[in-house]
Design a protein around this ligand. Structure first.
Ligand SMILES: Cc1cc2nc3c(=O)[nH]c(=O)nc-3n(C[C@H](O)[C@H](O)[C@H](O)COP(=O)(O)OP(=O)(O)OC[C@H]3O[C@@H](n4cnc5c(N)ncnc54)[C@H](O)[C@@H]3O)c2cc1C
Length: 392
């Protein structure tokens, strides 16, 4: 792979909206990605393996629980810092950002928000350092966009719960130490349970042959009469709103992350367009290629504004789930379209691993699908503005 020459676009001088602390955090994450992720990520994506050696570095830049309070080992940062870290990590690779998002928003967040003090103290500090890795089991083979139909269930056996069912498409599953699993009790109410690797009847087979997020490990969670200790139930929230609260946090991070992938594709295509000569002039001097670049930077700038504002609203506790849906949907689609155009701008070179664009493009096909598909987020916006749910 070519050396990482990334230069971040900031067309509207949006750095002026950031504090000195935000910029320090972002620049540290950016430097780490250049140093530790860019040189190895193509090789790991090609061999479909998560690079476990970066886990401690991810923890050091605040990639695990950036907004979790410091008393539990988190970085205690605000929502814009969290977003900027996700942006920088995904600038390197969406699969690496997925590991960070899952650990932060889908494992640490529910333990922090819905767990008790013993659970927080037991798990959060180890998750923050990466000593322990978690995964989040919501999706099932027959229930993806409609998780409320889940059939994974647990029964109260007196001194423990008995868990049965299966989850599919679970990021980090093949090597996770714990899983936050969403299952129905005997009354059909959804609860979160912490399932630990090694519990009898719990297996995590890996999902192979993915063309997307190849540097992120994906797998199933199978529960065959798993005895889960009663103290592993998250006591402070139940119902579908509990997993959806986690998804709000993760989707917000994805909205930032997608900007990172888009910036990398734009920056690569811009540089290439100045160097690549055809018909005796740089391709960047042609109107057609300039149109692509002009539209890319316009869309990136709009997404940066939207997402910064969402961060302010999140910091103030005023962001709605529907606003988060809009940003996730807009930004991931924007990044995917930029990746496709940028790939074309590199001609044949665009399909090789010499450049990051094709990897971003393939990764974004997962990002546009997980955490609520592109269409589902549109239906959420539609419901928000009309008051009519069009899901059924
Ligand atoms: C790489 C990867 C990693 C993932 N990681 C995780 C994870 O860590 N944890 C986890 O729990 N899940 C994870 N997922 C699962 C992901 O969230 C689901 O794939 C996603 O929610 C969509 O579900 P589905 O694949 O079953 O598609 P379906 O729900 O079957 O949807 C198929 C199509 O139908 C459309 N559709 C569905 N319902 C409607 C409707 N009412 N109206 C109009 N169109 C509709 C959808 O938009 C989509 O285009 C991951 C997925 C991938 C690909």
């Amino acid at each position: 792979m070519k050396p990482d020459l990334f230069q971040a676009p900031d067309y509207y001088l949006l750095d002026d909206l950031l504090t000195e602390e935000h910029k320090l955090i972002r620049d540290a994450a950016r430097a780490w990605v250049k140093r530790e992720v860019s040189p190895i990520i193509e090789e790991y994506a090609q061999k479909a393996e998560f690079p476990k050696q970066i886990i401690s570095g991810l923890a050091e830049i605040g990639g695990f629980g950036p907004y979790i309070p410091t008393e539990y080992g988190g970085a205690g940062l605000d929502q814009i810092s969290y977003g900027l870290i996700m942006q920088e990590i995904e600038r390197g690779d969406s699969g690496v950002r997925s590991t960070s998002s899952v650990q932060s928003s889908l494992v640490m967040y529910p333990i922090w928000k819905y767990g008790n003090e013993e659970q927080r103290n037991k798990y959060l500090p180890k998750l923050a350092t990466g000593e322990m890795i978690g995964c989040f089991g919501l999706t099932e083979p027959d229930h993806g966009s409609n998780p409320s139909g889940m059939i994974t269930n647990f029964k109260d056996m007196g001194d423990h719960y008995l868990l049965n069912g299966a989850k599919m498409w679970i990021s980090n599953a093949p090597f996770a130490d714990i899983a936050v699993v969403w299952a129905k009790n005997e009354e059909g109410r959804i609860h979160g349970l912490i399932v630990e690797r090694g519990m009898e009847g719990f297996t995590t087979p890996e999902t192979h042959n993915k063309w997307s997020l190849r540097a992120s490990a994906t797998g199933e969670l199978i529960f065959d009469n798993v005895k889960v200790p009663k103290e592993n139930l998250l006591p402070n929230k139940s119902g579908l709103g509990a997993p959806l609260g986690c998804l709000d946090s993760a989707r917000y991070g994805i909205a930032w992350g997608a900007i990172g992938a888009a910036m990398d594709c734009y920056d690569t295509a811009l540089r290439y367009s100045k160097e690549r000569i055809q018909f005796d002039k740089p391709i960047g001097a042609t109107q057609l290629q300039q149109k692509k670049l002009a539209e890319m930077i316009t869309e990136i700038t709009k997404a940066q504004m939207l997402t910064w504002r969402l961060g302010v609203l999140r910091n103030e506790g005023r962001a709605t789930s529907a606003q988060i849906s809009m940003a996730k949907r807009n930004n991931v689609n924007m990044a995917l379209e930029i990746a496709r155009d940028a790939r074309q701008m590199l001609g044949g070179m665009g399909i090789t691993g010499e450049y990051s664009i094709m990897r971003h493009m393939m990764n974004l096909e997962s990002v546009v699908t997980y955490e609520g598909t592109h269409d589902i987020h549109l239906l959420i916006t539609g419901m928000d503005v009309t008051g009519f749910p069009a899901f059924k």
